[in-house]
Design a protein around this ligand. Sequence first.
Ligand SMILES: NC(=O)c1ccc[n+]([C@@H]2O[C@H](COP(=O)([O-])OP(=O)(O)OC[C@H]3O[C@@H](n4cnc5c(N)ncnc54)[C@H](OP(=O)(O)O)[C@@H]3O)[C@@H](O)[C@H]2O)c1
Length: 336
Amino acid sequence: MRLILLGFGVVGQSFVKLLVSHSADLYNLYGIKPKVVACADNGGIVTCDQGLDLDRLLNVKKKKKSVVQYGSRGSTSEIVDVIENMDAEVVIELTPTNITDGEPGKNHIITAMKSGKNVITVNKGPLALEFPSLIELAEYNRIAFKFSGTVGGGTPILEFAKRCLKGDRIISFEGILNGTTNYILSKMYEGLNFSEALRDASEKGYAEKDPTLDIDGYDAVAKLVIASNFVMNLKSTIKDVRRTGIRDVQSSQIVIERKKGNAIKLIASCNGKDLIVEPKPVSTKDPICVDGILNAITFTCQHSGQQTIIGKGAGGMETASSILRDLIDVRSTIRL
Ligand SMILES: NC(=O)c1ccc[n+]([C@@H]2O[C@H](COP(=O)([O-])OP(=O)(O)OC[C@H]3O[C@@H](n4cnc5c(N)ncnc54)[C@H](OP(=O)(O)O)[C@@H]3O)[C@@H](O)[C@H]2O)c1
């Protein structure tokens, strides 16, 4: 199976490490012998028709900062040409999430689909902005389009709803889809104020240098859009979501709710019509009332009632494991 890897940061490198460490299992259990024939980062793209040496690729990235130091290479402007013309079955899109215009991921994904290549991504931007049209393009071009890691990182939230609850009707869902804000709110519950909790999250590496995407709720919005479209067959985009972040949550509110047996959580919810991201009180006995960087989501189903799934919503290896799951699924749909 020939793979083109676009983005070689935390998730991309973790994924390649998984390919190296799981190569025997992948072949013995699933018949997959992956070859990474191209790999891109912000410095450009490196290609090798016979497959890149993955240990060397990881070493080059670590020591020289960009994969272009590996050897035969091109600039980022040549990425589209490589997607179109390189012989490969799957394009794995792992560039940074951009919820303004979805680029560069959107262009990478559309080019791959139009070239008849299967696509796996964990990049939320393109899906949050254009979920319906990307699904349509994938169907039109008869390729597999997988994006498990966009919601819940390695926790299989989307597959849980789609596969495990198959046959039942999901009426609504709500949960915590952003680990950074959950960590901050958990620390505020313990007594820190917002600034102290944010500083603590940054020091532990849970908050980005610019934490706006998390704190103002945009990351949860993007995940809510993807989950509601995928799980409840909506055709929503970011602009359909009513959003409030956690910037204005006061310590005094948390203390009041705590006395009532509640914690304030950033809750993303969908009732089949309204899409909302907002901080609100949740009983500490509710299974979605998880602490720290965990994600948790409860699906309310017509027949089986409420089902909750909890897990780490981010992390390089965790998210890379979702790509591996998607790759195994893609393998089952194609003939090599
Ligand atoms: N990290 C997580 O836990 C997690 C969880 C779920 C989803 N995600 C999503 O997964 C994606 C990757 O996350 P990450 O944590 O691996 O991010 P990251 O460490 O910032 O890596 C992003 C990679 O994309 C490369 N890149 C940036 N602009 C590019 C361009 N124009 N062309 C080609 N490559 C480009 C970067 O190059 P350089 O290395 O040269 O900078 C880097 O290798 C993001 O969309 C993120 O939202 C991440």
